[in-house]
Design a protein. Structure first.
Length: 154
């Protein structure tokens, strides 16, 4: 399964250690949940085919979770865990693009384990980011330019 950073368009750069770990954990959770879902589907299909030999495969609960529902679940988890200010604002602004990447990578969006790993990844992305790149938003401490008056009185 693709890493969320490798989904087209690929995000290049060297992730800082916390982001690298969060990315690996997200990919591992996505792979694990996908395998569990496939096994559950096989077991259900075997059972249903013995009980109802002419029935088609049963629907698997949760697999139809849409992107909007996924984003709502992630937003709720982020706000309930971290509040509404600071890095949370940056995470919520990145949510659309990374939720779409997760969907393109065929991540099991319905999984609570994946949602938790996704929140951890997103927070690591906006707080740690990549070596030599600013992914933490426009904050006073990251400003490299100059402006008249400097914003502070001497």
């Amino acid at each position: 399964m693709l890493s969320i950073l490798d989904v087209h368009p690929k995000i290049t750069g060297t992730p800082k250690e916390p982001l690298r770990r969060a990315t690996e954990e997200l990919t591992k959770v996505a792979e694990t949940v996908t395998l569990q879902d496939e096994e559950a589907r096989r077991v259900r299909n075997r059972y249903i085919s013995k009980v109802l030999p002419h029935a088609g495969p049963p629907p698997v609960a949760g697999l139809g979770l849409g992107l909007g529902e996924f984003k709502l679940a992630i937003t709720t988890k982020i706000i309930s865990t971290y509040g509404r200010k600071g890095p949370t604002e940056n995470a919520l602004s990145e949510l659309d693009s990374f939720a779409t990447r997760a969907q393109r990578a065929s991540y099991p969006l319905h999984s609570p384990q994946l949602q938790t790993a996704f929140v951890n990844f997103l927070m690591a992305y906006v707080t740690e980011g990549f070596t030599g790149k600013d992914t933490t938003g426009t904050q006073m401490g990251n400003f490299r330019g100059e402006w008249r008056g400097g914003g502070f009185s001497n």
